[in-house]
Design a protein around this ligand. Structure first.
Ligand code: ADP
Length: 478
């Protein structure tokens, strides 16, 4: 058997196998680039079959079969070109169809020229120049892709350089045509022609292997959930990205913490001095009964000063990670203080705040941390109302005792919690907001758990969300 025929049959089998592997490895969920590459594998099959037939029996050397060979190779090249382009950009089906039509017309023109007795060297020259164009075009598409991960991928590099090698092969053919010594002559396959064909086959097999390896090792940022070849890698990459984002966010929080801690430290000294000076002033002024109003004003200043000192103390405690002491705290006073802070914001946003708070609810804990949780929940409720803009803009805060538990409900009339996000909103870095950090609820849950309590969220039947906190009442609670 003519060696080129035998090689073509082997090449045909390899191509059928590689096309099947490609198709089945994608599990039917093949993406645009995969589809084009798969089509490229399929469309080269008639071409290889043609080469095998031509080399098997000289009577097959007919313009129709030569047309099939050339058209098939070029259409396959068009597919590879579009497959490469589709790796990082959106392709256009109209352009693809036009490119295929053009390839078929060009293959017919070659056969018309052959019919008009154009020399074999002239025709091989045309064919080879076209091959060079295809290979270098594909190479330049690879080179100009802006996707960094793709450019850094080892197999993408292989793929790129295999295109250059295939292009160089075609250049050798051009040179041999010009020197009147074409290495591939279908009728009499010389040894160099056979070697040339073997190398060409090997390069094409490597092109397939590098494409397949690329699709296993590279996660397409647009369709990372589609490609089943690298689903695990996609998950790991996604986790890495959210961890990185989280690290940046935590870094910011640590920065804010350090700033707040240093500010608290710097504020404590002048606050003590102001307190002492106020006391001295008050003592001097109280000697004269005419200064009664001024003394009352100084008393008010003192009250505010002690609040400020407490705040500074709490701020320092909050960022002191070793501090873990719990005291009996009055929940209703803690809630009142938070409402005092947040009320101006709520009013400015035209939100109505309804309260139903039972007095004398005592729990064992850290007031600042519990207040931090309440601020997070109230801020989220404000955000939800602001985003969904409901006709009734209302937040209800209720606190009562049920059995041995203090129970706090914060209910809003916002858009409610996204049903997909609901099961994971207390997880770290889970957010549905454009500028959200996804830390607030996670931190709230951590704080409540440290207080041996629980926190959960649900959507209201009439819209909006309700967050419920349950905390054990302090043993001294009566
Ligand atoms: P962030 O506010 O930065 O997004 P959070 O941990 O505080 O982080 O909240 C996590 C997610 O929970 C929010 O992105 C939002 O989707 C949801 N969520 C929290 N509170 C509410 C609420 N009251 N109504 C609707 N969704 C909410």
């Amino acid at each position: 058997m003519n060696p080129l025929a035998a090689l073509s049959i082997a090449y045909l089998l390899i191509t059928v196998c590689s096309a099947s592997i490609l198709y089945f490895s994608f599990n039917g969920k093949i993406d645009a680039s995969g589809k084009y590459f798969f089509l490229g594998e399929l469309t080269i099959i008639p071409g290889i079959l043609g080469i095998a037939l031509i080399n098997l029996k000289p009577q097959f050397l007919r313009p129709e079969l030569l047309f099939i060979v050339n058209a098939s190779v070029w259409i396959s090249n068009v597919c590879v070109l579009f497959s490469t382009y589709a790796l990082s950009s959106t392709t256009n089906l109209r352009k693809f169809t036009l490119a295929i039509l053009f390839s078929a017309i060009y293959a017919s023109v070659i056969e018309v020229l052959r019919y008009q007795n154009a020399s074999i060297n002239t025709l091989t020259l045309f064919v080879s120049i076209t091959d060079v164009l295809f290979c270098f075009w594909t190479y330049f598409i690879c080179k100009s892709t802006k996707e960094n991960d793709l450019q850094n991928n080892l197999f993408f590099g292989w793929f790129k350089y295999i295109e250059v090698m295939l292009g160089l092969f075609a250049i050798i053919r051009i040179i041999s045509c010009l020197t009147n010594d074409a290495p591939i002559n279908a009728r009499i396959p010389s040894t160099p022609a056979t070697i040339f064909y073997i190398l060409f086959m090997i390069l094409n097999v490597f092109r397939y292997i590098s494409y397949q390896s690329l699709r296993i090792s590279w996660v397409d940022p647009r369709t990372n959930s589609i490609n089943p070849l690298n689903r695990n890698l996609a998950v790991v990459t996604q986790e890495k990205n959210s961890l990185l984002q989280g690290l940046i966010a935590s870094n910011r929080v640590i920065g804010i913490g350090a700033m707040a801690s240093s500010l608290a430290h710097q504020l404590s000294q002048p606050l003590t001095t102001i307190g002492l000076q106020t006391e001295t002033l008050k003592r001097d002024l109280s000697k004269d009964s005419q200064n009664e109003d001024t003394v009352t004003a100084l008393d008010k200043i003192n009250v505010q000063l002690s609040k400020l000192s407490n705040l500074v103390l709490n701020l320092r405690q909050l960022f002191n990670t070793n501090q873990n002491e719990f005291y009996s705290i009055n929940l209703s006073s803690a809630i009142d203080e938070i409402i005092e802070i947040i009320e101006p914001t709520i009013n400015s946003k035209n939100i109505h705040l309804k309260q139903s708070i039972v007095k004398e609810l005592n729990i064992l804990g850290d007031a600042i941390q519990i207040q931090q949780v309440l601020i997070n929940l109230l801020n989220n409720a404000i955000d939800a109302i602001e985003t969904s803009n409901p006709p009734t803009r209302e937040i209800r805060i209720a606190a009562s005792s049920v059995n041995d538990l203090a129970t706090i409900h914060i209910k809003d009339t916002g858009g409610g919690i996204d049903s997909k996000a609901l099961p994971s909103i207390f997880e770290l870095y889970k957010t549905t907001k454009k500028d959200g950090m996804g830390i607030g609820l996670w931190l709230s849950k951590t704080i409540i758990n440290r207080h041996r309590g629980e926190i959960f969220a649900e959507n209201n039947s009439i819209g909006g969300a309700t967050f419920t906190i349950k905390l054990p009442l302090s043993p001294s609670h009566s």
